[in-house]
Design a protein around this ligand. Structure first.
Ligand SMILES: Cc1cc2nc3c(=O)[nH]c(=O)nc-3n(C[C@H](O)[C@H](O)[C@H](O)COP(=O)(O)OP(=O)(O)OC[C@H]3O[C@@H](n4cnc5c(N)ncnc54)[C@H](O)[C@@H]3O)c2cc1C
Ligand code: FES
Length: 344
């Protein structure tokens, strides 16, 4: 049994198999709907059901509350059709739809594991069998836990020019499934299965306005990829990178930021410490990264074709979106990936 799903206002029609979610069917057919966690946790795929019968698999009420559900909102990553449907996309990105890349599953081997800070590791994987993964800077893949159907999403930190290697920046959570695997069990040469690429937090080649990158912790990963991709492609756009950390101990790549600045036309890196103490000897910005953003962003910027890319913890992203909107940046120019925890 298959059902037809019509996506408005873009007028795209697609088929969904029995027991398949609308988002999974879209991936299968190369339709890049807006998404983040794919697990009912982040609300990026929230849309309005105009017509048809559905059931929703388990999701977080942070992503869709009871009132929204009653009003007809659905999360496409959890929506199983029981009839033909018409769905109105609340967020859609025609550029991303054109940039969509086929999703594939690849076998990889662990090439290197390094510590970037006390709780952030760099994991490098090499794709096996001379395969390559085409992706855009800013995207992520799912890495499967060996022998399980469970995965964790991680954003690529390297650029697409190295298409048979993938690098990640991974924050270690005590007792976390993937964190424990990475810190205590994973060895060089071990195999890991990945699936992707996913995500719409992608720089559009044809846009020319200023860029704001904003991240915290391992949210550096996709932004580092975007920055290096711009340097490789000699993109001449003004970039300001706001990076939030707690203490000086949480900062890394400071030398690399100096090096990349020399390769970009107009680049400013603004790290900020939210819990700096006198022993840090820190003369840079302090406070939450959203406060720093508020202090630095000039409202006149918003009138230009400025774009913002935000990655990291969900509360930081939600607060940053509020600041950007208050300054006049419209939602269609704000791209983000919330690093929400997995549901299993
Ligand atoms: C689109 C997307 C991209 C992501 N990209 C990255 C990335 O590039 N780098 C990266 O480090 N992570 C990233 N994440 C988060 C990552 O997928 C995992 O959720 C995280 O690494 C924890 O996995 P775990 O198996 O170690 O912990 P789990 O076993 O999933 O969780 C164990 C416990 O750790 C705590 N915890 C786990 N995750 C979080 C969190 N995000 N915030 C607060 N507490 C948490 C919770 O208490 C949880 O109960 C991304 C997530 C998404 C959705
Ligand atoms: S809630 Fe659907 S992609 Fe996150």
């Amino acid at each position: 049994m298959t059902y037809k799903v019509t996506l408005e206002p873009v007028g795209i029609e697609m088929e969904v198999e029995e027991d398949e979610t609308v988002l999974e069917a879209a991936f299968r057919q190369g339709i890049a709907l807006m998404h983040g966690c794919k697990e009912g946790q982040c609300s990026t795929c929230k849309s309005m059901l105009i017509d048809g019968d559905i059931e929703m698999e388990r999701y977080s009420t942070f992503a869709l509350n009871e009132m929204e559900k009653e009003e007809g909102y659905v999360l496409l990553c959890k929506t199983i059709p029981y009839s033909d449907l018409t769905v109105e996309l609340l967020q859609f990105d025609e550029e991303a739809l054109k940039m969509s890349v086929p999703i594939k599953t690849c076998s990889t081997v662990v090439e290197k594991i390094e510590s970037l800070t006390h709780d952030i590791r760099k994991l490098s994987l090499k794709i096996e069998n001379s395969e390559q993964l085409t992706f855009h800077s800013g995207q992520f893949v799912d890495i499967y836990l060996p022998g399980e159907d469970t995965y964790r999403s991680y954003s690529m930190a390297n650029t697409p020019s190295q298409s048979n290697r993938l690098e990640f920046m991974i924050k270690i959570f005590k007792g976390g499934k993937f964190s424990t695997l990475l810190d205590e069990k994973l060895k060089l040469g071990d195999q890991l299965t990945i699936r992707g690429p996913f995500g719409n937090c992608i720089r559009r080649d044809e846009n020319t306005g200023d860029i704001i990158l904003l991240g915290g912790g391992s949210g550096m990963a996709p932004l580092w990829s975007i920055l290096n991709d711009m340097a490789e492609k000699n993109v001449k756009r003004k970039v300001t990178f706001f990076y939030g950390a707690r203490t000086k101990n949480d900062l890394f790549y400071l030398e690399k930021f100096k090096q990349i600045a020399s390769k970009l036309e107009d680049f400013t890196f603004i790290p900020a410490l939210s819990e700096s103490d006198p022993s840090d000897n820190w003369d840079g910005e302090t406070g939450l990264i959203t406060e720093v953003l508020e202090r630095h962003i000039d409202p006149s910027l918003a009138k230009s074709d400025l774009e913002a890319f935000l990655c990291g913890p969900a509360p930081m992203i939600d607060a940053s979106i509020e600041v950007l909107k208050r300054k006049g940046v419209t939602s269609d120019r704000i791209f983000f990936d919330k690093f929400v925890p997995a549901s299993v």
